[in-house]
Ligand binder design. Structure first.
Ligand code: RNT
Ligand code: ZN
Length: 417
């Protein structure tokens, strides 16, 4: 698309938005300052570099599209390629299994900051900040239970792993001069009926207390619940209620994965409810299709509602926006780009909302006027503002990223067998 056309369309949009009291320049500035935390695991189907063992722990990738990243160099190249098509500056979210273990086997209770030295240096060179995750899946000691395992030896192993991960996150945060957000998700649960719901939850609570006993200044902890994992359908130790209670009492961040709730539940509604009781939120923006299927995020009502709630709550500085999907059935770089840009498009529309007028209507009991303006907002020329955002950031505008992804596939991905 010609730059002049984008500029002309933007000027018209700018006037159109000014008429409803919105300054598009301010909005573009705000959007520029919102980093996404890009999930490194989209590029290699959550495999990591530890041992090549199969993905386990209640999650699964489906599809075998060619071109999966097989090592750290390929993963980094893919992330940079994706980032070159996503406007703005973004963070990278690593899992412990993506450490550089020097060809040997480093067990999870032995991991150290030095295994992430390469990542920290690379991230600094790229001007990219890091977030982190402990990894309790895909490991021989990770059956149905980890931190909630009745066997003290197994529990201790995972406590040690997670404690070490916090130390790594602390080092990342210290080096980048900005807190590293460390997420804790475990799959612990039961395939069939358990008669010990309380027991496993007591054990998990105790393990968490041991893990969080060390205070840190440069990392922040978050805890992620879910409804159930594959093969663990009857009971999830770390349920939503469990972690909400834990995080509220202990002042931890709650991670909301948009796939981890009952399909008709609104994740957007949780933002205001939780922010009154927990310090911050972390998001795993995903697209559940009938269940926690981890499809690529798109610009749908759910994502839009979620972004609108963050803006309406004035909570952009208390919500960390990460992505979490793993689609192995399509070009993985394209998947990164589509999901990231979709999330940003939702954020942009949330920022372009004439909230002042809408709230004036609401306060005056003008229900029709509120509804009418909300409806009209849907067709205001937000896309012209989006195109301008891409143009100013030097990334492909509109569908221009499709041939760019195809080109990378031809040049790079298709050579991986
Ligand atoms: C699993 C959780 C978790 C993982 C990542 C890989 O259901 O969503 O966040 O997807 O840790
Ligand atoms: Zn998640």
């Amino acid at each position: 698309m010609k730059d002049t056309l984008i500029q002309q369309a933007y000027e018209l949009a700018r006037e159109r938005y000014a008429a409803v009291g919105i300054d598009t320049e301010k909005v573009l500035d705000t959007l520029q300052g919102i980093p996404l935390s890009l999930h490194c695991w989209q590029a290699d189907d959550v495999m990591g570099f530890e041992s090549g063992s199969a993905l386990s722990g209640g999650i699964q990738t489906t599809g075998n599209y060619p071109g999966r990243a097989r090592n750290v160099d390929e993963l980094r190249a893919d992330i940079l390629e994706a980032a070159s098509m996503i406007p703005g500056r973004h963070r990278l979210n690593l899992h412990e299994i993506y450490g550089e273990f020097g060809g040997g086997f480093v067990d999870r209770d032995q991991v150290e900051p030095r295994h992430f030295e390469g990542w920290m240096q690379w991230a600094q060179e790229q001007g990219m900040k890091l977030d982190f995750n402990s990894t309790s899946f895909s490991h021989p000691k990770s059956g149905n239970l980890t931190l909630a395992h009745p066997d003290k030896g197994i529990r201790d192993f995972w406590v040690e792993h997670t404690r070490r991960c916090r130390a790594i996150a602390e080092e990342m945060g210290r080096r980048q001069g900005d807190a590293c957000i460390m997420n804790l998700w475990i799959h612990d649960g039961s395939k069939d009926i358990t008669v010990n719901r309380m027991k496993y939850r007591e054990l998990l609570k105790d393990s968490l207390d041991r893990i969080f006993a060390t205070p840190y200044a440069h990392m922040k902890d978050c805890v992620e619940s879910k409804v159930f994992g594959i093969g663990l359908e009857s009971y999830t130790v770390g349920s939503n209620d469990f972690y909400i209670g834990y995080a509220a009492q202990r002042g931890k961040i709650v991670t909301l994965d948009t796939g981890h709730f009952h399909p008709t539940e609104s994740v957007a509604d949780k933002v205001s409810a939780l922010l009154l009781f927990v310090p911050e939120l972390m998001l795993h923006v995903s697209r559940p299709v009938r269940w926690d299927s981890d499809h690529v995020t798109i610009m749908n009502d759910e994502t839009m509602d979620l972004c609108k709630e963050i803006v309406r709550c004035g909570a952009l500085d208390r919500v960390h926006i990460g992505l979490d999907y793993f689609d192995a059935s399509i070009n993985r770089i394209g998947a990164y780009v589509v999901g990231s840009r979709a999330t940003q498009k939702c954020l942009l529309q949330a920022l372009l909302e004439p909230l002042g007028t809408l709230r004036t209507y609401e306060a005056a009991g003008k229900g029709f006027e509120r509804l009418a303006l909300l409806e009209e907002c849907k067709s205001l020329p937000w896309n012209a503002v989006w195109d301008m955002f891409c143009l100013r950031n030097g990334v492909p505008v509109g569908e221009e990223f499709i041939p760019a992804v195809e080109d990378y596939e031809r040049r790079v991905l298709s050579k991986r067998s």
